[in-house]
Design a protein around this ligand. Structure first.
Ligand code: OTD
Ligand code: ZN
Ligand code: ZN
Length: 346
């Protein structure tokens, strides 16, 4: 008998879908697994207006293959010039469900991001008032701060003062990678939560350098030391309810990754739920996978969980070395390796 686990259909609370041909190529991988996803707004140009977000949502829906059931949840890209009333209007109209803080220069297409958190204080105050979550790329960006310390420094320098000024703000510390961030979120109020990616549960920083430079293990925030990976795993699988699934799947063409200046981002959408299942199994916590993947995110966002169920089977599947769906080739996370779980009928 094949071992199986059946859970409510999961959602992805942090996703980069891109646009145009790339979006068409990657969208089915997410929709195969996830009923809904928080779609990040770091397009070029970024999605800063409700009009742009609605148009992007419509392009996503139009690109969805027939028969697939998937709902994009849109977000606003915060800049120094974001306007509190525009932010609130897009939220009230149901166009976006949250706003994303990219510290300027922190990651891909973040150049128009926020240069100083104080500059958006009026926007954050409005979001606090209306219950609109702030999703943070939690890293400081100064050149003199070591890349491995940028997340921990964000806590003291940005998150703590921000949440002191706005104690009722709903705040998601996105893609946490450190013991420090896991602790900060665990110690915070229940308005503070975090997403966790598959790669930050499965790789430490050695993966980037093993046997040579491995561009497909490079993402931001960068993978950290083993002790941090273990702390993040404990947070994800510990059943606290504050840590939930967000893949941060971030496809870049193979040629853009395997380059003298390789782009940051790991394309993990093809086998994301399977990767999380491996982690929960290894931690003896398969019984908590459903909460992490399908219940805790909806509860935080105040959205009902999905009714539909999906089944994972303990059957090995090989991740392709490369995916070529008519765009430039993409190299998926765990390319060429075996996954120990398989999403049934998918
Ligand atoms: N890549 N990290 C992030 C975004 C991208 O390519 C991207 O859009 C992020 O932190 O959101 C990353 O490595
Ligand atoms: Zn980010
Ligand atoms: Zn991201």
């Amino acid at each position: 008998m094949v071992e199986t686990i059946t859970i409510r259909r999961p959602d992805d609370w942090h996703l980069h879908l891109r646009d145009g041909a790339m979006m068409e190529a990657v969208l089915p991988y997410t929709a195969r697994q996830f009923a809904r996803a928080i779609v990040m707004p770091n397009l070029s140009p970024p999605v800063t207006t409700a009009k742009a977000a609605a148009a992007y949502r419509d392009r996503i829906n139009a690109a969805l293959p027939g028969g697939m059931d998937f709902t994009p949840l849109m977000t606003a890209y915060l800049t120094d010039d974001s306007d509190p009333e525009d932010m609130a209007a897009g939220f009230a109209d149901g166009i976006w469900v949250a706003a994303k803080l990219y510290p300027a220069g922190a990651t891909t297409n973040s150049a128009s991001g926020v240069t100083d958190i104080r500059k958006i204080d009026a926007v954050v105050a409005k979001m606090e008032e209306i219950g609109m979550p702030l999703l943070a790329h939690g890293e400081v960006t100064q050149d003199h701060v070591d890349i491995f310390d940028r997340e921990a420094r964000f806590i003291d320098e940005v998150a703590v003062p921000l949440l002191k000024r706005h104690p009722a703000l709903k705040f998601v510390f996105e893609h946490i990678t450190t013991r420090d961030a896991a602790q900060f979120v665990a110690d915070g109020s229940d308005r503070i939560a975090a997403t966790i990616t598959p790669q930050h549960l499965q790789i430490n920083r050695n993966a980037i350098f093993k046997g040579g430079i491995n561009p497909h293990a490079y993402c931001l925030p960068i993978a950290k030391r083993e002790e941090h990976r273990l702390a993040v795993r404990a947070a994800a699988t510990g059943g606290s309810g504050k840590f939930f699934l967000g893949t941060d799947s971030a496809p870049h063409a193979k040629s853009a990754k395997e380059s003298a200046c390789g782009c940051a981002g790991i394309f993990n959408a093809p086998h994301a739920i399977e990767a999380y299942a491996e982690v929960f199994e290894e931690e003896g916590a398969l019984g908590r996978l459903e909460a992490f993947a399908s219940l805790d995110g909806p509860r935080f966002y105040g959205i009902v969980p999905n009714e539909e169920r999906v089944t994972l089977e303990k059957v090995e599947v090989e991740v392709p070395a490369e995916i070529d769906d008519g765009t430039e080739p993409l190299v998926p996370y765990r390319a060429g390796t075996m996954m120990r779980w398989r999403l049934a009928s998918a």
